[in-house]
Design a protein around this ligand. Structure first.
Ligand SMILES: C[S@@+](CC[C@H](N)C(=O)[O-])C[C@H]1O[C@@H](n2cnc3c(N)ncnc32)[C@H](O)[C@@H]1O
Length: 272
């Protein structure tokens, strides 16, 4: 018998982000599996628990934390080593989840509460597929509100210029990928604010930045990157120190009239 597994996007921490579809899927779950990534990210586990306490009936579900396998030093790896490291980490995670699933009653419905939307920089769908190669599962995926949507909403902007593209990438890839023709570039997973590398090539870049989007400690900044870069680097370090972890994302645009900046008036206005 195949086990039902729901991969549920929960938004970025605010109960108001959880869609009706997500609440229905959460109610159908008997057990939530949560990766335990160590102390620094305990707060992310606590947020998930808080959402369940707020949205579900007490006693109707169980929370099982699964210690995350050690992950290697990504920053010092080249692209091939990085991919191999991620593959090994996914395989180790899949084995752990398969063991946990096999120990549950066969009719238990299992949920994974995915931060933001499962479609953006999240491995849960791939890991559940890998789990399915070890023990039978039927997976369903529920979309959530992604950090990039909350970033746009909190700044009150449209990400694309009129009829223009949006390029979503990681800090690791930003410096090598960026060119004006990409249009708006949204950067996730950037612990080093790699946008600073672009200042010489693109001094007119405008940034909309947000940290802890959707959470009570949310921080927003917007302005010319050249003017904001130092403040962002300092603020990011301070926030990390204060909270023990930081998640931030940002959108880079060129003003109208520069190459690739067609129609970006909407996205290049300062708010607040
Ligand atoms: C592993 S990815 C997961 C993205 C998630 N699936 C989503 O749709 O937002 C984590 C990255 O998303 C961004 N992110 C997630 N939550 C965030 C938040 N509340 N505030 C700012 N950025 C966030 C950060 O760039 C972080 O490095």
């Amino acid at each position: 018998m195949s086990r039902a597994v729901h991969v549920i996007g929960i938004g970025t921490g605010s109960p108001a982000h959880v869609t009706g579809q997500a609440v229905s899927a959460m109610r159908a779950c008997d057990v939530f599996l949560v990766a335990d990534k160590g102390e620094a990210k305990d707060e992310l586990v606590a947020v998930r628990r808080g959402l369940c306490e707020e949205l579900l009936e007490a006693g109707s579900y169980r929370f099982v934390t699964v210690p995350d396998p050690e992950r290697g030093p990504d920053a010092s790896r080249d692209a091939a080593q990085y991919q191999a490291g991620v593959d090994a980490w996914h395989a180790a995670r899949a084995r752990r989840y398969a063991e946990v699933l096999d120990a549950l009653p066969v009719d238990a419905v299992v949920g994974f509460l995915v931060w933001g939307d499962p479609a953006f920089y999240d491995s849960t769908v791939r890991i559940v597929e890998a789990v399915g190669r070890l023990t039978p599962v039927v997976m369903s995926v529920v979309p959530g509100i992604s950090a990039l949507q909350v970033l746009a909403a909190e700044h009150g902007i449209v990400l694309n210029g009129i009829g223009g593209p949006v390029h979503v990438t990681t800090g690791r890839r930003l410096a090598s990928e960026w060119r004006p023709e990409l249009g708006t570039v949204v950067v996730m997973l950037d612990a080093r604010l790699q946008c600073v590398q672009l200042l010489k090539r693109a001094p007119d870049l405008y940034v909309h930045w947000g940290a802890y989007l959707g959470l009570p400690q949310q921080e927003l900044r917007a302005g010319r990157l050249a003017d904001l870069a130092d403040e962002l680097v300092t603020l990011r370090a301070q926030l990390r120190e204060r909270h023990g972890w930081v998640m931030d994302t940002y959108a880079l645009t060129l003003p109208t009239g520069t190459a690739g900046g067609e129609g970006t008036e909407d996205t290049a206005r300062a708010i607040g």
